[in-house]
Ligand binder design. Sequence first.
Ligand code: NAD
Length: 333
Amino acid sequence: KILRVAICGLGGYGTRVAEAMQTCKRAKLVGVISGTPAKVKAWQAKYNIPEKNCYNYENFDAIRDNPDIDAVYVITPNALHHDQVIRVAKAGKHAISEKPMSINAKQGQEMVDACKKAGVKLLVGYRMHFEPNTLEIIRMRKDGELGKIMFFQGLSGFKIGDPTQWRLNKQLAGGGSMMDIGIYSINGARYMTGEDPIWVTAQETKTDPVKFKEGVDETIQFQFGFPSGAVASCLSTYSMNNLDRFFLNGDKGFAELQPSTGYGPIKGRTNKGELTGPHTIHQAVQMDEMAALIFDNKQPIVPVDGEEAVKDLKIIDAIYEACRTGKKVPLKL
Ligand code: NAD
């Protein structure tokens, strides 16, 4: 069965997902939700989308009455995901949300509850959960090839441009680098170690308070403790380039990925040598796998559901609290 998808938010990443979906075996782009009529026209022509599958932000609740759409993929600014996903659920369609699923754990839980109540699936665009070299490290760790895991390091950052973009607007982004790129190290710390943190410490620094206003974090260093005694040390930033690296250390071996989350080839090595998994179009694999999760109840190796995303949001809440208070914040996920 083919997953028939409408994309909500035809921006940079929505465009990337649409292109990737052209190579999908089990997912098909069939509809759009957009506030810009010119974009809708262009997408209709490019992807052969019928008029009856085109909606705007005001009228898309009517998708309820459209039997030709199975799921809506919400790819708008972070703070909009919450309301849009809940509207999708109320319309009886499966919801796929981009990361971060929302801007705090409370909102995230409301999304999970709304989808549960409506009897629809809620999935999140964690594309790395389907990436071959990432999965090979997870396999090695599970099979004990790295021994007892002791340490994870995650570096996630890039130098952000245009100061007027929504990513630097607290109302739309919900925060700064942590919401956008730091979340990769948070999520990575969990799937690489296979554990959820039980405490968080964090320190925020700001070199440019004009560009990075109140509530928009520029750089945060953060640390996790895990139940096994393993620890993690991570960096999230909007002011340094070339930071896309994961390192996992166990008492029998190590694994590293660099780049670890970019769109291009994910490169890695372990103490046994280079990782040789194929380069995939992450978004295409993700959408094919999501079709299987929705229709075949397939279980992913690393979850991509709403509950998984709420864990990351609880950690983000705790990181911000630790920055504010300077205290070690205990966590129960
Ligand atoms: P973008 O700015 O390129 O696109 C955002 C889209 O939302 C635009 O088409 C814009 O018109 C629309 N929009 C609707 N309401 C809006 C409003 N009130 N204000 C501003 N724009 C509004 O951003 P993007 O890079 O496509 O990011 C969108 C989402 O996708 C974000 O949540 C981001 O974190 C996520 N994302 C995920 C990945 C990934 O690899 N998984 C990569 C990039 C972005």
